[in-house]
Write a protein that binds this ligand. Sequence first.
Ligand code: ATP
Ligand code: MG
Length: 379
Amino acid sequence: MKFVAEALSISEPAVKRLYRRSILKQAYIPHPFFSDISDAYLLSKKFGSYEEGTFLAISSEKVYIARGFPKIKRTLVLGECVKRHFEKSEVAVEEKINGYNVRIMKIGKNIYAITRRGYICPYTTERARELINIEFFKDWPEFMLCCEAAGLESPHVPKEIYGKKLDFYLFDIRNSKTNEPMSLEEKIKIAEEYGFKLARVFGVWSGEKLIEESIKIIKELDREGREGIVLKDIEMKKKAVKYTTSYCNCSDLEYGFRYFNDLGRDFVLTRAVREGFQSFELDNSEDRVKRYERVGKAIVDGIIGSIEEVNKSGKLKERAKLRFKSKEVMELYIQHTKRLTRANFEYAGIEDGYHILYIEKYMASTSDRIKNLISGGFW
Ligand code: ATP
Ligand code: MG
């Protein structure tokens, strides 16, 4: 733990206190797959200027830090917010990909994928070692790739719109120690040079044109069933801003009502409120009528769906398919996941040279509630 004290410029007893209070946690399970790492920790809360999810590791040679990915502010009224926040800046409109956040860096000789909370994920790391061009880190050793891991084979957000297999969509390149981002231009150049897939950049605009284009893009993404946009000034000096489509808000609503007893109430309230503000800004009377139907359908389908599932099979669960090159990594992933959440695993043998594993998360609270209600219990 000594290296953490030095890295954070605090005393060793102070580090021990952070550890006892679970602000500092171990970030990995020691294993030959993580052979470059002698020790690694994460910050589960913001500490000084270090963001939540900051990762610290030591190899036989040196200390590595991957600063936590900063929070992105959300706007509910695009036009007014863009005017006030970005003023006259040149702003890039990027697609917001709906997957999970990973920071990819090289430690020692290998690539490591770190989740938003700061854990090294064995599954994501194995995928990244297969898909990410390691040459980048030879030329830019101080930098991390901030990517959205998305696709159907996702343990967190399985979405087929991003393809069946998990893939990485680069959205920021940051100095891993300072969190300083590269400009849009540098990012695009590097993505081309090393063959990284970028989260789509629709264009760069400013002022009124920026608002107009953003609204057009949001409507298009909504029709395509995509999540939304992130606005970033091209020099990356201002805070980024996110905005989501009605499609996304409604599919979240459906999900939230499906698991109404497991997810916090805030989850559905925030999505419903987003729909209200979007209607205020964008709808004519015809659009509004369509929205009544969309929002209502999401809520009803969500609840009905879960009631019918419990009625039929007795329980509610989320299931995702994962693939592993190595069986040892698969076992490591199971061990890793069991430390963090409750899940069941089902090994399904080899397919195209990969070990296939299904992960199932059981939604106990909503299942029990529904079971009780459909057999005559009181709310
Ligand atoms: P946050 O705390 O950053 O608001 P959140 O957990 O609430 O995060 P989201 O609402 O999904 O997450 O929005 C932010 C996340 O969107 C980022 O952390 C990143 O993982 C993801 N993302 C997808 N596409 C982009 C993009 N083009 N630029 C930036 N982030 C993106
Ligand atoms: Mg997200």
